[in-house]
Write a protein that binds this ligand. Sequence first.
Ligand code: ADP
Length: 259
Amino acid sequence: LPEVSEIRVAMTADRVQRRIIAVGSGKGGVGKSTLTANLAVALARAGHKVGVVDADIYGPSQPVLLNVEGSKPKAREKQLIAVDTEYDVKLLSMGQLIEPGKAIAWRGPMTGGALTQMMEADWGDTELLLVDLPPGTGDIQLTMLQKFKPTMAVVVSTPQDLALIDATRALDLFRQAGVPVAGIVENMAGYVCPHCGEVSDPFGSGGAEAAAKALGEEFLGRVPLTMELRVASDTGQPPAANDGPQGQAFAGIARKVAA
Ligand code: ADP
């Protein structure tokens, strides 16, 4: 058996090597979880060893998105062990730690405790840990920023002005904490009508790209609003696992994030 000191050294080394990518948004419902899951799958396909921490206590949707709904993580001496998914991505989610369908009315310290348990779990050889943050700038975000110092952050927004105002706030929080922002992703851009092929823009168009420019941040890419993406998400089949147009869009974003 290794000496305790050796284990400590291994754990420290392990931590130093792991890069933490926080995925945030100002508003809920802009597609932050969808982007996180697909970005994780795209990064895994590009050869990275990837894990996802689902810290979105208000809507922990990663178990559905990555098709491990109902699976409970195992623990070894009180340390959680990340769950393997079929997409070569490991996962731990708030959704796996609570009973399905139960509302979470936790106070700050409890959510912080749950986040810490997930962050300090056994992630095996994971190199990139993507953290799906709850929307906004609350307790979880602060614990994440202060205690775990993400290597970088990705901000997701729709092109809508209201979402962009909140996205700017999320961005500001990362900047204040000294976390480098990799850039902004525009989700739910351009909807192609499946009947006539006409492209419409329910949430406007190009807003996130313009905001990225105005804020001096990189624009990481655009994901269109499609029925396929919604259906694939609900059935645990992230399009990033395939080479279709959406898979390619996520692969492009993943390349920029990994660069
Ligand atoms: P958030 O994590 O920001 O709350 P989600 O990723 O849960 O947002 O997305 C909110 C809803 O919108 C989900 O039902 C999801 O399937 C859907 N959705 C997200 N992005 C797209 C898209 N590009 N096209 C179609 N549906 C989308």
